[in-house]
Design a protein around this ligand. Structure first.
Ligand code: ADP
Length: 434
């Protein structure tokens, strides 16, 4: 209440008291005159209060308040102005919301808001075309009921959304979608879905091209390698000047064959999501045979190779793929460990799943190379690789095989001391022998 109104009210009260006094003087009943005067004053206030109440209850939007008198008029006007201001702010906010909704509706990418349990809260129009969501029936439905691909369920439940997920669209098999989830606020989820069919097709073309070229090169290379072998078998008929050249050609030919085999294996690994084969693999026996091969590879270099494997732990997956991944790691240890070095192969199980590791006392790898080691053709040192005859694809194959078995690769290494490569398999891939 501002100062003016305070003095007006005081003046009104004084006037009322004066009127009551006058009435008392005329009638001689001072007390009754005061009661009458204050009663009338109270009745007037109650009447104003009732008018305010009725206006607030029944008013239509924008309806002006009833004409009020004195302080009540001021109260009516102030309430009216507050409401008008509130309406204007609400209108502005609504306009902002409408614009955001219009722009997200116009997006070609799908935007989907999910609550903390993964139930649908809001989505734009593109979500209807890309994922087949239906408005309004699907509101409140769990997203995993509507996008039923098993990889999506796994991705959603595992809660690690660092990397995007690529899937065929649930409404059109020829369409490829990329899904990315971000968590915000109270563990709510924001899901963005992009149509990456075109990029996927280009990627597929690249893969097909590499696979086809590798396949086509195999036959001529086999012929060349065959002739070289025949020539070297009859080395006495060959001019001695050419013997060394022929031997080098045979060596490099073998390297090319290895390269083609690795490229074809990688192409095969990339072609499908998970191995079709999901039988429990007796890893201990597999490792025993790999250890024998490693011993043969080491031959006169006399590495001390040890194996500790828990025979009760089996792994669900493809034996052929696991053999190629594990043997790549073990053979690398042989290749990159000096003669008489120590190589330790282990296979064990704990609460976090099953683990395979190969430790060597070899030359080690500098920390800066570790993040890129599984890239195709990545070499720490190219002279080292040509010396060992490696293809540069070994660890890329390991990474792909592990991905297909839901596993991850951990690498620790100290230059000059040795390296440890560990494959961690989650419990769902493990099968214990009863
Ligand atoms: P490569 O066929 O050349 O061995 P890989 O993909 O198997 O290719 O390995 C990539 C690079 O990682 C190798 O060139 C090598 O420098 C390094 N590397 C792999 N394993 C080891 C190891 N056990 N010790 C030291 N360096 C290693």
């Amino acid at each position: 209440m501002n100062q003016n109104w305070r003095s007006v009210v005081v003046r009104h009260l004084l006037l009322l008291l004066a009127a009551c006094g006058l009435l008392g003087l005329i009638s001689g009943e001072y007390a009754w005159s005061l009661v009458l005067g204050l009663g009338a004053y109270l009745a007037w206030h109650i009447k104003q209060l009732l008018r305010l109440y009725i206006w607030l209850r029944d008013r239509k939007p924008d309806e002006a308040p009833p004409e009020g008198y004195g302080l009540w008029g001021e109260v009516f006007d102030n309430i009216y102005h507050l409401q008008r201001r509130d309406q204007r702010v609400r209108g502005r906010l609504q306009a902002v919301i409408d614009r955001v909704q219009d722009s997200t509706a116009a997006l070609r990418d799908a935007v989907i808001m999910l609550d903390s349990d993964g139930n649908l809260e809001w989505w734009n129009r593109a979500a209807e075309t890309l994922l087949g969501l239906k408005t309004p029936q699907d509101s409140g439905q769990p997203i995993t009921n509507l996008v039923r691909h098993p990889r999506f369920k796994e991705y959603f439940e595992q809660g690690n959304y660092q990397e995007a997920l690529e899937l065929p669209s649930p409404v059109n098999d020829h369409q490829r979608l990329q899904l990315q989830i971000t968590q915000y606020g109270n563990a709510d989820h924001l899901m963005l879905v992009r149509d990456v069919t075109r990029i996927h097709q280009l990627e597929q073309m690249r893969k097909d091209f590499v696979a086809n070229v590798s396949h086509e090169l195999r036959t001529p290379l086999t012929v060349i390698a065959g002739y070289l072998e025949t020539l070297l078998d009859n080395v006495e008929d060959v001019n001695p000047r050419w013997v060394r050249a022929l031997q080098q050609m045979q060596q490099q030919g073998a390297r090319m064959q290895n390269l083609l085999n690795d490229l074809l294996l990688l192409a095969k690994l990339e072609a499908t999501d998970y191995p079709s084969d999901n039988q429990p693999v007796p890893v201990d026996l597999l490792l025993l045979s790999i250890k024998n091969d490693a011993q043969a590879l080491s031959a006169t270099r006399n590495h001390r190779i040890s194996l500790e494997a828990d025979a009760s732990v089996r792994l669900k997956g493809s034996e052929a793929e696991l053999r190629s991944a594990f043997s790549n790691l073990v053979f690398n240890a042989v290749k990159y460990t000096p003669d008489e070095g120590e190589i330790r192969i282990r296979w064990w199980h704990d609460d976090t799943g099953a683990h395979f590791s190969v430790s060597d006392s070899g030359i080690g790898i500098e920390a800066k190379h570790l993040p890129r080691l599984t890239e195709r053709f990545y070499r720490v040192d190219s002279s080292r690789a040509s010396h060992t005859g490696g293809t540069g694809l070994g660890l890329a194959i390991v990474k792909h095989v592990l991905l297909r078995h839901r596993a991850r690769l951990g690498i620790t290494s100290v230059p000059g001391k040795g390296s440890t490569f560990t494959c961690h398999f989650p419990p769902q891939q493990v099968s214990m022998r009863g």
